[in-house]
Design a protein around this ligand. Structure first.
Ligand SMILES: Nc1ncnc2c1ncn2[C@@H]1O[C@H](COP(=O)(O)OP(=O)(O)OP(=O)(O)O)[C@@H](O)[C@H]1O
Length: 310
């Protein structure tokens, strides 16, 4: 199976334990979001998987083998680690042709990935004239060149405009649907929630969570209902009898903490109270993540950074 398997992986740089006895698996057919604040060890882990750095101890394998031992590695794992990796004096097409030649990949495939990444019209331009977003697209094109069963992308939405963000999200979903193994790192929680099926969460090089997105959210968020009504006083009294409190929310709405929409709807119907709008609040990955890391004292100070996300 084309899984990525990380076993007791440790990487020490001087006095920094960048990755600390990390064990997790990334399975095919789903997008795995690789989350953690800056410096948590995501890039180091990806570099270790790709054999670009040697582990201090432990192992990282792709389909049961060390990536460094692979012939024609682009056909096994496609990776975007650093958008500035391309040679600035080369055109985008030449950059991809050089990569293709070293992995016995056809020139036809170069044109295909240029199309797929939206770069066909600028393929003849030198890479140094590219914006960060265009470089990211070129990095993704290079990752897809070998039509690999395993794809690893480090912060792929970095520098992309809204159209680019939708493109990368759809691309990742499609790659997973095709049965590939997709690992995508990000420190943008709510963005990750739009495409990830599964999460691996790191903090200070250690594993904090390895769970399906839905499970991760449900385990860490308290249900909450948002509603609009023309009779808040009557509803407040009715809910109080069931032990719920009606609190003012934004935009003329009300919220009920710790409740599900069905329960509140049933109470309102029983009492004949008009309800104009009623929904369960969607738990936010950012909030669930902050709740998780808040219990890890060393990470509490990371909250303001992660809160910067729009
Ligand atoms: N080559 C290196 N030499 C020394 N320290 C390093 C090296 N590479 C990474 N580190 C340190 O290891 C830790 C983990 O860094 P890493 O880049 O893997 O984190 P990250 O989760 O990818 O962060 P970001 O979201 O900022 O990319 C950090 O403390 C970093 O300073």
């Amino acid at each position: 199976m084309n899984s990525i398997d990380v076993q007791e992986l440790t990487k020490v740089y001087g006095t920094t334990r960048a990755v600390d006895r990390l064990t997790f698996g990334v399975r095919p057919g789903r997008v795995t979001g690789f989350l953690g604040p800056n410096g948590a060890g995501k890039s180091t882990t990806m570099r270790l998987v790709l054999g670009l750095d040697r582990p201090t101890s432990g192992s990282a394998t792709v389909a049961g083998r060390r990536y460094a031992d692979a012939e024609e590695p682009l056909r096994r794992v496609g990776a975007l680690l650093d958008a500035h990796a391309a040679h600035g004096a080369r055109t985008a097409r030449d950059h991809l042709r050089v990569l293709a030649a070293s992995n016995r990949i056809s020139v036809r495939r170069v044109d295909r990935v240029l199309e797929e990444s939206g770069l066909a019209a600028v393929a003849g331009r030198r890479v140094r004239t590219f914006s960060l977003g265009m470089r990211q697209r070129l990095g993704v094109a290079a990752a897809l060149l070998g039509d690999p069963p395993v794809v690893m992308l480090d912060e792929p939405s970095n520098g992309l405009d809204p159209e680019g963000i939708i493109w990368i999200r759809e691309l990742m979903t499609r790659l997973a649907r095709e049965g590939r193994t997709v690992l995508v790192s990000s420190h943008l929680m709510n963005e990750t929630a739009t495409f990830a099926d599964h999460l691996v969460v790191l903090g200070q090089g250690r594993l904090l969570a390895d769970a399906p997105l839905r499970e991760f959210l449900d385990a860490r968020s308290r249900p909450r209902v948002r509603l609009r009504t023309t009779a808040p006083d009557r509803l407040r009294s009715a809910l109080a009898r069931s032990g719920f409190a009606l609190e003012p929310g934004d935009g003329g709405r009300w919220t009920v903490d710790g409740a599900k929409a069905e329960a509140i709807g049933a109470t309102a119907a029983r009492e004949g109270i008009p309800i104009l709008e009623l929904s369960d609040e969607q738990p936010s990955l950012e909030q669930a993540y902050l709740d998780l890391t808040a219990s890890e004292a060393p990470f509490a100070s990371m909250s303001p950074t992660t809160r910067q996300e729009a």
